[in-house]
Design a protein around this ligand. Sequence first.
Ligand code: PMP
Length: 305
Amino acid sequence: MEYAFFEGKFVPIEEAKINIKTNSFHYGTAIFEGIRAYWNEEHQQLYILFAREHYQRLLRNCKAMFMELPYSVEDLVNITVELLRKNQIKEDVYIRPIVYFKDLKLTPKLIDYTPEIAIYTYNFGRYLDTSKGIRVKVSSWRRNDDNSIPSRWKVAGAYVNSALAKTEALLAGYDEAIMLNQHGFVAEGSGENIFLIREGKAITPSYSEHILEGITRSAVKKLLKNELVVEIEERPVARSELYVADEIFLTGTAAEITPVVEVDNRKIGGGDVGAITKELQDIYFRAVRGMIERYFGWLTPVYEK
Ligand code: PMP
Protein backbone atom coordinates (compact mmCIF):
# COMPACT_ATOMS: atom_id res chain seq x y z
CA MET A 1 0.00 0.00 0.00
CA GLU A 2 1.30 3.46 -0.92
CA TYR A 3 0.65 6.20 1.62
CA ALA A 4 0.78 9.99 1.50
CA PHE A 5 0.79 12.44 4.39
CA PHE A 6 -2.38 14.44 3.87
CA GLU A 7 -4.41 16.73 6.14
CA GLY A 8 -2.43 15.75 9.22
CA LYS A 9 -2.34 11.98 8.81
CA PHE A 10 -1.08 9.11 6.68
CA VAL A 11 -3.70 7.99 4.18
CA PRO A 12 -3.68 5.63 1.16
CA ILE A 13 -2.53 7.69 -1.86
CA GLU A 14 -5.97 7.32 -3.54
CA GLU A 15 -7.51 9.23 -0.64
CA ALA A 16 -5.06 12.15 -0.83
CA LYS A 17 -7.27 14.31 -3.05
CA ILE A 18 -8.06 18.00 -3.09
CA ASN A 19 -11.32 19.71 -4.05
CA ILE A 20 -11.34 21.57 -7.40
CA LYS A 21 -12.35 24.71 -5.47
CA THR A 22 -9.04 24.66 -3.53
CA ASN A 23 -7.69 28.21 -3.55
CA SER A 24 -4.02 27.45 -4.36
CA PHE A 25 -4.98 25.23 -7.31
CA HIS A 26 -6.30 28.36 -9.02
CA TYR A 27 -3.56 30.86 -8.22
CA GLY A 28 -0.36 28.80 -7.93
CA THR A 29 0.09 30.03 -4.36
CA ALA A 30 1.70 26.81 -3.15
CA ILE A 31 5.23 26.28 -1.87
CA PHE A 32 6.87 22.96 -2.63
CA GLU A 33 10.13 21.08 -2.18
CA GLY A 34 11.91 18.29 -4.02
CA ILE A 35 13.95 15.94 -1.87
CA ARG A 36 15.81 12.79 -2.84
CA ALA A 37 16.54 9.71 -0.77
CA TYR A 38 19.19 7.23 -1.89
CA TRP A 39 19.17 3.50 -1.22
CA ASN A 40 22.44 1.88 -0.13
CA GLU A 41 22.19 -1.85 -0.82
CA GLU A 42 25.26 -2.72 1.23
CA HIS A 43 24.07 -0.78 4.29
CA GLN A 44 20.45 -1.89 3.68
CA GLN A 45 19.67 1.73 4.43
CA LEU A 46 17.76 4.58 2.80
CA TYR A 47 19.38 7.99 3.23
CA ILE A 48 17.38 11.23 2.87
CA LEU A 49 19.66 13.89 1.42
CA PHE A 50 19.59 17.33 3.10
CA ALA A 51 16.22 16.67 4.77
CA ARG A 52 16.66 19.50 7.28
CA GLU A 53 17.91 21.99 4.68
CA HIS A 54 14.88 21.32 2.43
CA TYR A 55 12.39 21.77 5.27
CA GLN A 56 14.23 24.87 6.49
CA ARG A 57 13.85 26.35 3.00
CA LEU A 58 10.20 25.27 2.85
CA LEU A 59 9.37 26.96 6.16
CA ARG A 60 11.33 30.11 5.20
CA ASN A 61 9.39 30.32 1.93
CA CYS A 62 6.10 29.63 3.74
CA LYS A 63 6.78 32.46 6.17
CA ALA A 64 7.24 34.84 3.25
CA MET A 65 3.92 33.65 1.78
CA PHE A 66 1.96 33.98 5.06
CA MET A 67 1.64 30.20 5.32
CA GLU A 68 2.07 29.44 9.00
CA LEU A 69 2.24 25.65 9.54
CA PRO A 70 1.91 23.92 12.93
CA TYR A 71 5.08 21.88 12.23
CA SER A 72 8.78 22.45 12.96
CA VAL A 73 11.65 21.32 10.74
CA GLU A 74 12.11 18.33 13.09
CA ASP A 75 8.41 17.41 12.85
CA LEU A 76 8.56 17.45 9.04
CA VAL A 77 11.75 15.37 8.93
CA ASN A 78 10.13 12.82 11.29
CA ILE A 79 6.93 12.71 9.22
CA THR A 80 9.02 12.09 6.09
CA VAL A 81 10.99 9.28 7.75
CA GLU A 82 7.71 7.70 8.83
CA LEU A 83 6.22 8.03 5.34
CA LEU A 84 9.25 6.33 3.76
CA ARG A 85 9.02 3.52 6.33
CA LYS A 86 5.29 3.09 5.77
CA ASN A 87 5.87 2.92 2.00
CA GLN A 88 8.73 0.44 2.65
CA ILE A 89 10.95 2.24 0.16
CA LYS A 90 14.10 0.28 -0.66
CA GLU A 91 15.25 2.11 -3.77
CA ASP A 92 16.12 5.66 -4.78
CA VAL A 93 13.08 7.87 -4.39
CA TYR A 94 11.95 11.46 -4.75
CA ILE A 95 9.88 13.15 -2.04
CA ARG A 96 7.48 15.98 -2.80
CA PRO A 97 6.15 18.11 0.10
CA ILE A 98 3.71 20.83 -0.95
CA VAL A 99 2.07 23.53 1.15
CA TYR A 100 -1.12 25.09 -0.18
CA PHE A 101 -4.14 27.10 0.93
CA LYS A 102 -6.93 24.58 1.34
CA ASP A 103 -9.78 27.12 1.53
CA LEU A 104 -12.54 26.60 -1.03
CA LYS A 105 -12.61 30.30 -1.78
CA LEU A 106 -11.69 32.49 -4.69
CA THR A 107 -9.59 35.71 -4.51
CA PRO A 108 -5.86 35.62 -5.11
CA LYS A 109 -4.38 36.73 -1.78
CA LEU A 110 -2.21 35.29 0.95
CA ILE A 111 -4.02 36.25 4.13
CA ASP A 112 -6.99 34.85 6.05
CA TYR A 113 -6.53 31.41 4.48
CA THR A 114 -5.51 28.08 6.04
CA PRO A 115 -2.30 26.40 4.84
CA GLU A 116 -2.07 22.63 4.64
CA ILE A 117 0.88 20.35 3.85
CA ALA A 118 0.86 17.17 1.78
CA ILE A 119 3.88 14.88 1.31
CA TYR A 120 4.15 11.97 -1.11
CA THR A 121 6.85 9.82 -2.68
CA TYR A 122 7.55 9.58 -6.40
CA ASN A 123 9.71 7.30 -8.51
CA PHE A 124 11.64 9.90 -10.51
CA GLY A 125 14.68 7.92 -11.65
CA ARG A 126 17.17 9.91 -13.73
CA TYR A 127 15.93 13.44 -14.49
CA LEU A 128 18.58 14.38 -17.06
CA ASP A 129 21.48 12.41 -18.57
CA THR A 130 24.20 12.70 -15.93
CA SER A 131 26.62 10.36 -17.73
CA LYS A 132 26.78 11.62 -21.33
CA GLY A 133 25.69 15.17 -20.57
CA ILE A 134 23.00 17.29 -22.19
CA ARG A 135 22.45 19.88 -24.94
CA VAL A 136 20.92 23.14 -23.77
CA LYS A 137 19.36 26.20 -25.39
CA VAL A 138 19.38 29.72 -24.06
CA SER A 139 15.67 30.40 -23.74
CA SER A 140 13.75 33.26 -25.31
CA TRP A 141 11.82 33.29 -22.00
CA ARG A 142 13.40 35.42 -19.28
CA ARG A 143 13.55 34.22 -15.64
CA ASN A 144 10.97 35.73 -13.29
CA ASP A 145 12.20 38.95 -11.80
CA ASP A 146 12.41 39.15 -8.00
CA ASN A 147 9.93 42.04 -8.15
CA SER A 148 7.31 40.01 -10.01
CA ILE A 149 7.48 36.40 -8.74
CA PRO A 150 10.64 35.76 -6.71
CA SER A 151 12.71 32.91 -8.17
CA ARG A 152 14.31 32.60 -4.73
CA TRP A 153 11.21 30.76 -3.48
CA LYS A 154 9.93 27.44 -4.75
CA VAL A 155 6.49 28.83 -5.42
CA ALA A 156 4.27 26.71 -7.68
CA GLY A 157 3.07 29.59 -9.90
CA ALA A 158 6.64 30.51 -10.80
CA TYR A 159 6.99 27.16 -12.55
CA VAL A 160 4.89 28.41 -15.47
CA ASN A 161 8.10 30.26 -16.36
CA SER A 162 10.11 27.00 -16.10
CA ALA A 163 7.50 25.08 -18.10
CA LEU A 164 7.55 27.64 -20.95
CA ALA A 165 11.35 27.54 -21.16
CA LYS A 166 11.62 23.75 -20.87
CA THR A 167 8.91 23.21 -23.51
CA GLU A 168 10.57 25.60 -25.96
CA ALA A 169 13.89 23.76 -25.50
CA LEU A 170 12.33 20.29 -25.91
CA LEU A 171 10.37 21.30 -29.03
CA ALA A 172 13.58 22.69 -30.55
CA GLY A 173 15.34 19.35 -29.93
CA TYR A 174 17.37 20.28 -26.83
CA ASP A 175 17.32 18.65 -23.40
CA GLU A 176 17.04 21.72 -21.18
CA ALA A 177 16.75 25.51 -21.19
CA ILE A 178 19.02 28.11 -19.63
CA MET A 179 17.17 31.28 -18.75
CA LEU A 180 18.62 34.78 -18.64
CA ASN A 181 17.27 37.19 -16.04
CA GLN A 182 15.51 40.46 -16.90
CA HIS A 183 18.91 42.20 -17.02
CA GLY A 184 20.17 39.78 -19.67
CA PHE A 185 22.55 37.81 -17.45
CA VAL A 186 22.54 34.04 -16.99
CA ALA A 187 20.13 32.98 -14.23
CA GLU A 188 19.53 29.22 -14.15
CA GLY A 189 17.95 26.21 -15.84
CA SER A 190 14.24 25.39 -15.65
CA GLY A 191 14.92 23.34 -12.51
CA GLU A 192 18.66 23.66 -11.90
CA ASN A 193 21.37 26.10 -10.91
CA ILE A 194 24.36 26.54 -13.23
CA PHE A 195 28.16 26.48 -12.86
CA LEU A 196 30.85 27.25 -15.44
CA ILE A 197 34.50 26.24 -15.28
CA ARG A 198 37.03 28.61 -16.84
CA GLU A 199 40.78 28.20 -16.47
CA GLY A 200 40.37 25.96 -13.45
CA LYS A 201 38.00 28.36 -11.64
CA ALA A 202 34.30 27.80 -11.00
CA ILE A 203 31.84 30.60 -11.75
CA THR A 204 28.19 30.68 -10.71
CA PRO A 205 25.56 33.44 -10.70
CA SER A 206 25.03 34.82 -7.20
CA TYR A 207 21.73 34.84 -5.27
CA SER A 208 21.05 38.37 -6.49
CA GLU A 209 20.77 37.13 -10.10
CA HIS A 210 17.10 36.06 -9.67
CA ILE A 211 17.74 32.38 -9.00
CA LEU A 212 16.55 29.73 -6.58
CA GLU A 213 18.69 29.37 -3.46
CA GLY A 214 19.69 25.86 -4.47
CA ILE A 215 20.66 23.31 -1.85
CA THR A 216 22.72 21.26 -4.31
CA ARG A 217 24.43 24.49 -5.38
CA SER A 218 25.57 25.04 -1.76
CA ALA A 219 26.78 21.43 -1.42
CA VAL A 220 28.67 21.63 -4.72
CA LYS A 221 30.35 24.87 -3.62
CA LYS A 222 31.63 23.02 -0.53
CA LEU A 223 32.89 20.08 -2.59
CA LEU A 224 34.62 22.37 -5.08
CA LYS A 225 36.35 24.25 -2.26
CA ASN A 226 37.20 21.40 0.10
CA GLU A 227 37.72 18.39 -2.17
CA LEU A 228 38.82 19.77 -5.52
CA VAL A 229 40.45 22.96 -4.18
CA VAL A 230 38.77 24.95 -6.92
CA GLU A 231 38.20 28.67 -6.39
CA ILE A 232 34.61 29.94 -6.82
CA GLU A 233 33.50 33.28 -8.24
CA GLU A 234 29.88 34.33 -7.65
CA ARG A 235 29.05 37.09 -10.08
CA PRO A 236 26.94 38.03 -13.10
CA VAL A 237 27.58 35.75 -16.08
CA ALA A 238 26.94 36.95 -19.62
CA ARG A 239 25.38 34.65 -22.20
CA SER A 240 28.49 34.83 -24.36
CA GLU A 241 30.57 33.49 -21.49
CA LEU A 242 28.67 30.20 -21.71
CA TYR A 243 29.97 29.64 -25.24
CA VAL A 244 33.62 30.05 -24.20
CA ALA A 245 33.50 28.03 -20.95
CA ASP A 246 35.77 24.99 -20.56
CA GLU A 247 33.05 23.06 -18.72
CA ILE A 248 29.45 23.71 -17.67
CA PHE A 249 27.23 21.70 -15.35
CA LEU A 250 23.80 22.06 -13.78
CA THR A 251 22.97 21.25 -10.16
CA GLY A 252 19.70 20.31 -8.53
CA THR A 253 18.08 17.71 -6.33
CA ALA A 254 16.46 16.07 -9.38
CA ALA A 255 19.25 16.90 -11.85
CA GLU A 256 22.04 16.06 -9.34
CA ILE A 257 25.17 17.13 -11.23
CA THR A 258 24.36 17.14 -14.94
CA PRO A 259 27.14 17.98 -17.41
CA VAL A 260 26.27 20.37 -20.25
CA VAL A 261 28.17 19.41 -23.39
CA GLU A 262 26.59 21.85 -25.83
CA VAL A 263 25.00 25.32 -25.58
CA ASP A 264 23.15 26.75 -28.62
CA ASN A 265 24.98 24.29 -30.90
CA ARG A 266 28.43 25.29 -29.61
CA LYS A 267 30.43 22.45 -28.08
CA ILE A 268 31.54 23.16 -24.52
CA GLY A 269 35.23 22.31 -24.08
CA GLY A 270 35.83 19.19 -26.15
CA GLY A 271 32.11 18.45 -26.38
CA ASP A 272 32.14 15.80 -23.69
CA VAL A 273 32.03 15.65 -19.88
CA GLY A 274 34.81 17.84 -18.41
CA ALA A 275 37.43 16.60 -15.92
CA ILE A 276 36.31 18.78 -12.98
CA THR A 277 32.64 17.91 -13.59
CA LYS A 278 33.52 14.20 -13.62
CA GLU A 279 35.53 14.38 -10.41
CA LEU A 280 32.78 16.35 -8.71
CA GLN A 281 30.11 13.85 -9.80
CA ASP A 282 32.20 10.97 -8.50
CA ILE A 283 32.39 12.48 -4.99
CA TYR A 284 28.77 13.69 -4.99
CA PHE A 285 27.26 10.36 -6.04
CA ARG A 286 29.24 8.53 -3.35
CA ALA A 287 28.47 11.13 -0.66
CA VAL A 288 24.69 11.08 -1.23
CA ARG A 289 24.60 7.28 -0.93
CA GLY A 290 26.39 7.27 2.42
CA MET A 291 29.72 6.11 1.09
CA ILE A 292 31.85 8.95 2.44
CA GLU A 293 31.94 9.20 6.21
CA ARG A 294 32.78 12.90 6.37
CA TYR A 295 29.52 13.66 4.55
CA PHE A 296 27.26 11.55 6.78
CA GLY A 297 26.00 14.87 8.14
CA TRP A 298 24.18 15.43 4.82
CA LEU A 299 22.05 12.35 5.39
CA THR A 300 19.12 11.17 7.50
CA PRO A 301 18.92 7.36 7.74
CA VAL A 302 15.35 6.07 7.48
CA TYR A 303 15.55 2.59 8.96
CA GLU A 304 16.52 1.77 12.54
CA LYS A 305 19.49 -0.57 12.86
N1 PMP B 1 16.53 26.24 -9.76
C1 PMP B 1 15.25 25.88 -9.93
C2 PMP B 1 14.35 26.77 -10.72
C3 PMP B 1 14.77 24.67 -9.38
O1 PMP B 1 13.50 24.30 -9.57
C4 PMP B 1 15.66 23.83 -8.67
C5 PMP B 1 15.16 22.52 -8.10
N2 PMP B 1 14.68 22.66 -6.80
C6 PMP B 1 16.99 24.25 -8.51
C7 PMP B 1 17.38 25.47 -9.06
C8 PMP B 1 17.96 23.44 -7.71
O2 PMP B 1 17.66 23.52 -6.35
P1 PMP B 1 18.01 22.37 -5.32
O3 PMP B 1 19.46 22.07 -5.50
O4 PMP B 1 17.72 22.93 -4.00
O5 PMP B 1 17.16 21.19 -5.67
